[in-house]
Structures are given as structure tokens and as C-alpha cells.
Design a protein around this ligand. Sequence first.
Ligand SMILES: [Zn+2]
Length: 492
Amino acid sequence: MTNSWETIIGLEVHAQLSTESKIFCGCSTRFGDEPNANTCPVCLGLPGALPVLNRRVVELGARAALALGLQIKERSIFARKNYFYPDLPKGYQISQYDQPFSAQGVLEIMTADRDEAGHAHEWKPMIVNITRLHLEEDAGKNVHEGLPDVDRFSYIDLNRAGIPLAEIVTEPDFRSSWQAYDYVNHVRRALQWVGASEADMEKGNLRCEANVSVRRKGDTTYGTKVELKNLNSVRFMQKAIEFEVDRHIRTLEEGGRLVQETRLWDERLSETRPMRSKEEAHDYRYFPEPDLPPLVVTSDFVEQVRKSLPELPGPRAKRFSEQYGLSYADASQMTAERSLADYYEAAVVASGGNARGAANWIRSELLRELENAGLTADKSPVPAAELGALVRMIDEGRISGKQGKEVLIEMFASGKQAATIVEEKGMVQVSDKAEIDRVIDEVMAASPNQLQQYRSGKEALFGFFVGQVMTASKGKANPKVVNERLKEKLKS
Ligand SMILES: [Zn+2]
């Protein structure tokens, strides 16, 4: 029954642009300062105070827009969005309305369905149409916790009022919660990548809202939509959408009716609930902000910004697949962050060009250590050149892969070079056939019963001999040579 329905999702992302000062005044954007310490007549909206646009906001807005495939408009208009709310005492928010900073974005992302356990299968490209990216100021914050008499009073912190935001709105292009999930992750990475935003949902500098509806497959009109808010992580957003889709289908199949409303995700109860209805249905009465001239952005400026952008994550992942022969999953992991992609490429060079080897070592060993230490690749105690050197030593058979793991952990802890640790520990891999043959002879002489069983057909004992030889050589024997020589010698 349920698969006769189609899900329709559109997304709005608010990203805080990484400026030092606010969008229309010189107040600091620092997080965690004393409440109301970073305010002035402009961001408080006191009568007579005049806003002046921060140039850095335009630069970062342009970086964000270009990273998401949007066209930057030569001329855009700031507008007043009128509403009263305690965290917005001046009675309006300066935003953009019918003439936004940028529009008509075409963004390719990669997306995949997930199984029950959340594992992705078969990544496929998807085109997302981005309606607009516009610039606006944030409102303040009501504080209901941690202060005296909070049962009777609400407190207002206006440090956030006037913090620059980019609002990014898509067309209703998504057909599943996982597509929405992959899109928001793509946006988050792209904004971090070009330095436009820290895009950290935990700090609240990336927030998202989802518009969700369902319709019978084949229908051309949209069903009743619900707006989801209070989505504090990408995973919560995905879960909230999933919950809503189920609720919509169930309601409609039971002959019920849906109401257009705003709903909040409650993570504790794993469900959405309606927001009090008087908090919505605004008529914002937008009009052009009389205190700000139109924002004019020249094509020279846009070109300058474009040239200053690094190679973007999508194209870079594609290049990693083609140039280095990585699977999509590996290429995407190596481009999860810009610092990691840089690290990876430097390691490939230092390893003498072993692109897959470098990717394997980063994925299976280095990332775990970095994660445990809470570090990103650019802060790794093991520099890329040294990881490359380690991969090379293993390739050249100087140490075994097993020894390599031990060396890497030691490098991570001590910051020493791979070669130094190998020497200090007396790690040498033995690849010399004569020497390995000698060990094999000893092992065979010490295990006559197993040898007889093996030769009479019990081939499973091969592993036993490999283990014995590795132990006898104290792990120094080259496993590849051991295998070859054992096959040869056990026969006769
Ligand atoms: Zn201010």
C-alpha cells in the first residue's frame, strides 16, 4: 500500500557566515560571550541608528553561492521582514525578498538509499535545483534556562541579533529522507570547504527546516505540506521526515485530513508535534529597507571570488576516482574535509604513488587515531609525508603490514619519524628465501604429525604452518614469501 505514495521534500538551510563582526555593525560575532555584551544601537534597532553592510558578508556569501552552483545577481535588495517577537525587539528583520543575492542554482550531489542498519548502497548522482541563496541578519535568543526565576521570567540575549546568515532554499526536489540527508551533508561540507561557514549544527551555526508532503504516485498537484523545525542534527532531520511521511500516509489511508502547520521534532519521544498555531501564519509585509542602498556586485568581483575558490569537493572526489582508481566510497571519504583531501594527496606523493595504499592506511588506521584524539587531518601528529614514507616501507617489503600498524600508532603518540621507530624497535622484515627456508625446515621438523596429516590431504593445516613460521620468526618474516615457500616445501 505504502509504495503507491510519493514523498515530496523541499529544504531551507540557514548557515552562519564566518565573519568577525556582524552584518550591519561592528559588534563581535564571538560565541559564548556574556549575554548582550556584543550589542550596539544598530543591532538593537534603536531609533536613528543606521546599518552599514559588512563587505566580508558579501565575499563569504559569494563563496557559498558559487560553491553551490548558484548565479550571483548583479543587483539585490535588502528588505524588512516585519514581525514582532521578544527576540526581535526592533520589530523587523533585515533580509532579502523578491530580489535575492543569488538564484537558480544547479547542484550535483551523490545520494544513496540506506538499509535498516543505515548502510548506504549504490551511490548515484542527483541534481538539486536551488531556488535562491539570500543574505540576512539573525534574531536574538530567548533564554529559559539557568537564570534566576526562569519559571516566571524569560530572558533575552541579543548577542546573536545581527549575525550574518545565508538562507539557502531548494525546490521540492527530494523524494526521500535520505536524499535530504545527503543534500544537507553536501551543503555543510561545501560551506566549510570554501571557508564560508563553520556549518556546525551543534553550535547552531547551521540550521535546517524541511517542507514535507506526500501524494499518490502519478498525481501532479502537491499534497498538504508540513514545515518541520527544531532539527538539531542532520540525522534528526532525516528521522523527523521519516516520521512525518509515515504519519501523512497513515492519516490519508485512514481517510483522515492533514492540516498545513509547523511541527517540531522531539528527539526524546522520537516524534513531531504541532507548534502552537498562533506562532505562525505571519504576514510579513516585506518592503525595501530604506536605510540600505541596493547591493551591487560586479562581474569582476564574482570572477575574483571564483578564482580564489579551491577545487570543490564534488569535482575533487570525481578526480580522485579517475586519477587514483579509488572507489566512490573511498574517494568520498578522502574528500570528507578539505584538510583530509590535501593530506591524502601529499601522502600519495610521499608514498611513491601508491594511491590505494595511502587511502587504505588513512581509512583503516589514521582516521581512527584522529577521531580518538579529536583531531582533523591538518592537525595530525603524523604528517602526510611520514604516512607516505610508512606506506612506501611496507610496499618495499622493509617491514610487514602488521609492523606498520604498530609503527603508525607509535608515530601518532610520539611524533617520531617512521624510519626512526623502525630502527629503534629493530623491526626488519625478512624476505630472504634462504633464511625463511631455514625457519620452515625447523617448523616442519618440530611438527612431524601435522606434516604427515597435511601430506595425506588435510590441507586446512596450511594455516597452522604459516602461523608457526611467523611465530618462529617473531613476526619478521614476509608473509608473502612465507606462503610461497611453504607451498613449495610442504609438497615434497
Ligand atoms: Zn551591533
